[in-house]
Design a binder for this molecule. Sequence first.
Ligand code: HEC
Length: 147
Amino acid sequence: MSLGLACAVAAAAGSAAAAPRASAVDPVVVGDAMPEPLTSLPGDVARGRSIVGDRRVGLCLLCHAGPFPEPASQGTLAPDLAGAGDRWSTGQLRLRVADARRLNPATPMPSYLGSGERRVGRAWRGRPVLTAQQVEDVVAYLGTLRR
Ligand code: HEC
């Protein structure tokens, strides 16, 4: 999986290169959560859904399944995202998307807001994979995934 993933992540990095970057954030982590929103604008559920579902932006479905059509094109490496809004608080979801490695240094999940992500295309080194607003959008969407 790692080679294919590296390519896909590199492709995602290239396709989103024109997107505006968020300014550097220094999010506060409390326990296993990031309780404070990263942006002043609340996350947008519809935008979050499209980031999660788009295999060139969030790439989430490379590893996760979720409530999307075409189950065959969804990953089985990671927990199904269905019910994520029941399992985790908003702050817990935020930390998992922003910096999963902080919770599990060995996780294959990219640290989407970290600038130290190495498994991305060269253009992406030293920059976050998702903007802070995109993380908020994804978190808002995940919060709606209830069983
Ligand atoms: C390279 C694979 C990979 C990618 C890409 C990935 N994840 Fe994950 N994710 C994982 C794994 C594996 C776990 C299990 C936790 C761990 O590894 O510590 C996980 C855990 C999670 C969890 C907690 C799972 C639970 O128990 O409910 C959430 C939420 C999550 N990911 C969301 C996302 C979102 C949203 C994206 C896209 C923006 C994403 N992931 C992209 C591999 C991935």
